[in-house]
Ligand binder design. Structure first.
Ligand code: FAD
Length: 302
């Protein structure tokens, strides 16, 4: 007896890219299986505001995640809440092993996004989940009327600073250079807030604690700031561990794909934040999900 179930297409990740691909496949009469380790919606679930996705004016990331998932559910698309640990070739199929089961398919679409880049400072790992957070939307409410630091100068750092300015009493933004990378509108919104102070040209060297509770950060300009929490928003990196065995071509931004979202390995496609590209946004992720699905459909029908 086979120790795995067979599927027409396996999609890894139910973020905007994976869910959009699944919708296209299902509407073409193909039954994909989505495997998602967390809640459907991916990074949308940790995004406070989405203001640049056409047609979506409600702003809340979790609401958009829920709407995309409702469409997936309405179409009767199969979704397993499991974590993919390994993909390997087995005859003319790919065997996908999760923490609970094994699945096989001729086609695999990698839509597993990225993971947050970690803070490279003394004790940062030790206080992860105990004052060091990678998601203001998830953990911000714990720091009502407290002092927090946001590390980073891009859009996600500005978004987190703005979000925390309505919860915390004081928000420091620690930026390693003399200019912020974020869009002007995001910067302007943050700069209007009286309780936000932007500290330029410095890095966090060390996370310090009193009685095992995060209490200060030491900067490389010798200053020490008293804070109750640190939100790290310094970008994201590839989530490569589970597909190491496939010999996929990658660069330091992600998986290399062609215009059809094909990787260098036959019948393995990739889309969204998982790939190497210039723009990491919801609108590009859904577009690439649609392109990948359309090409998988063509290949299946050949
Ligand atoms: C703070 C922040 C704010 C942002 N704001 C905006 C914005 O305003 N507008 C905009 O357009 N974009 C924004 N983005 C970017 C946008 O969220 C991403 O580009 C988009 O979500 C990418 O979609 P995706 O489906 O490729 O990946 P993701 O949304 O990351 O989804 C990937 C999914 O794969 C799952 N997964 C990963 N590994 C495994 C595994 N091994 N097994 C099973 N499942 C797995 C993850 O749990 C996740 O659900 C923001 C990003 C961040 C971090």
């Amino acid at each position: 007896m086979k120790s795995y179930s067979e599927h027409e297409v396996i999609i890894i990740g139910a973020g905007p890219a994976g869910m959009c691909a699944a919708i296209y496949l299902k509407r073409a009469g193909i039954n994909p299986l989505i495997i998602e380790k967390n809640a459907p919606g991916g990074t949308l679930n940790i995004t406070h505001k989405i203001e640049n996705y056409p047609g979506y004016v409600d702003k809340d990331g979790t609401v958009l995640a829920f709407r995309m998932y409702s469409q997936v559910e309405e179409l009767g698309i199969d979704l397993k809440k499991e974590e993919v640990l390994k993909i390997e070739k087995k005859d003319d199929l790919y065997l996908v092993t999760t923490n609970y089961n094994s699945y096989a398919s001729k086609y695999v679409l990698i839509a597993s996004g990225k993971i947050p880049r970690k803070l490279d400072a003394k004790n940062a790992k030790k206080y992860e989940g105990k004052g060091i957070s990678y998601c203001a939307v998830c953990d911000g409410a714990l720091y009502k009327n407290k002092v927090v630091a946001i590390i980073g100068g891009g859009n996600s750092a500005m978004e987190s600073a703005l979000y925390m300015s309505n919860i915390a009493s004081k928000v420091y933004v620690i930026n390693r250079s003399s200019v912020l990378r974020a869009d002007k509108k995001e910067q302007d919104d943050v700069k209007k807030k009286d309780n936000v102070e932007i500290v330029y040209d410095c890095k966090v060297l060390e996370v310090m604690a009193d009685s095992n509770k995060l209490s200060k950060i030491k900067l490389d300009n010798e200053n020490i700031l008293e804070v109750d929490a640190v939100f790290v928003c310094i970008g994201q990196e590839s989530n490569t561990a589970y597909y190491q065995g496939l010999n996929l071509k990658t660069d330091n931004m992600g998986i290399l794909v062609d215009v059809d979202m094909k990787t260098n390995i036959n019948n393995i496609y990739a889309c969204g934040d998982a790939i190497s590209k210039k723009l990491y946004q919801v609108v590009t992720a859904t577009g690439e999900g649609a392109i990948a699905a359309t090409n998988i459909i063509k290949s299946i029908r050949k």
